[in-house]
Design a protein around this ligand. Structure first.
Ligand SMILES: [Zn+2]
Length: 325
């Protein structure tokens, strides 16, 4: 499983960070998924290993502009690139209108079909050969959602000792069982594929959360999750100095939640534009990390723009040196 960030800034871009956008892709699957599409996401995609031709679906967490203003431009560029494959867009209902008005007012004819799925409808919002995606309600100034991606279509390997124990004769039956078929033996016994096969690698579960002031809402979505990507707009000190939390979280709040549920990997993103990387900054990004580290003992990462991460066989997410989709 790979994760890549196009933008990590909250509200508005900075000179070094764009607004929200991230890519997810899974091992041995073609294509990738885009989560949020702030303005300028398409320029960031050009600087990344990802291509609009291979984009399978777009998931928007909520209607605020730093998460969706990039959609019309992205669709236009995909059309200019002569994309043909249909594109699924999963988003709050009103964004359908944003897309339709943008296409109409700018006389933009797309070269491909786009299929809009209202996130407020059913919980299972998307399914293809690679993933199943459910949406989970968050708390923000407008309706906001997290998307839980669960890897599907895992390659199977045979559990040979179980096949031998069940007296399944070596040969074509083994192949059929590996393909997922249940078979009947000569003695009349039925052997189910799931009883004699194992997944080749662990099924990955990733939760990509939108803006949210109540991480506890993600308890169910994060059950068995390998990884949570969550906003950390403020440090505790900055949050206390502001008149409102604007429906956002501090790094410490997310960290306390992640620790309480024993989450193995936590990636923080969506940092207030006040935060800067440079050492002398009044609001250094490192302060967000230190705040979270105080409460969370698992694998903690601060997302960086144009940076890829890979979930290793050991279940640990690490930054990639060279990013490929
Ligand atoms: Zn935002």
């Amino acid at each position: 499983m790979k994760l890549f960030f196009f933008g990590t800034s909250s509200g508005k871009p900075t000179r070094s960070r764009n607004v929200a956008g991230a890519a997810l892709s899974f091992a041995n699957r073609s294509g990738w998924y885009l989560i949020d599409c702030g303005e300028g996401t398409q320029q960031q995609i050009l600087r990344s290993p990802y291509s609009l031709h291979d984009l399978r679906a777009v998931f928007i967490t909520h209607v605020h502009g730093d998460h969706c203003f990039g959609l019309p431009g992205l669709l236009g560029s995909a059309a200019l690139g002569n994309r043909r494959a249909p594109l699924s867009i999963i988003a709050p209902r009103s964004l359908r209108e944003l897309i339709e008005v943008s296409l109409r007012c700018t006389h933009l004819n797309l070269s491909f079909r786009w299929e809009f799925q209202d996130v407020e409808g059913r919980e299972l919002v998307f399914k293809d050969h690679g993933v199943e995606v459910t949406r989970h309600v968050l708390s923000h100034r407008v309706p906001s959602y997290a998307y839980r991606f669960v890897e599907q279509g895992m390659k199977k390997r045979l559990d040979v000792s179980e096949l031998v124990r069940r007296l399944v004769p070596r040969g074509p039956l083994w192949g059929r069982l590996q393909e997922g078929e249940d078979v009947r033996l000569e003695n009349g016994e039925t052997v189910r594929s799931g009883e004699v096969t194992l997944e080749k690698w662990p099924r990955r579960r990733v939760v990509m959360a939108g803006d949210n002031d109540s991480p506890g809402l993600l308890r169910e979505a994060c059950a068995e999750a390998d990884l949570l990507v969550h906003e950390a707009t403020f440090t505790e000190a900055l949050r206390r100095s502001l008149p409102s939390d604007f429906g956002h979280c501090s790094a410490a709040e997310v960290a306390r939640f992640a620790e309480a549920i024993n989450l193995p990997n936590l990636v923080l993103t969506h940092f207030s534009a006040r935060f800067r990387e440079s050492g002398g900054a009044r609001f250094p990004l490192s302060q967000l990390f230190e705040d979270a580290r105080r409460y969370y003992g698992g694998n903690l990462l601060l997302a960086r723009d144009l940076t890829g991460y890979r979930l290793g066989c050991d279940g640990i997410l690490r930054q990639e040196m060279e990013s490929s989709p």
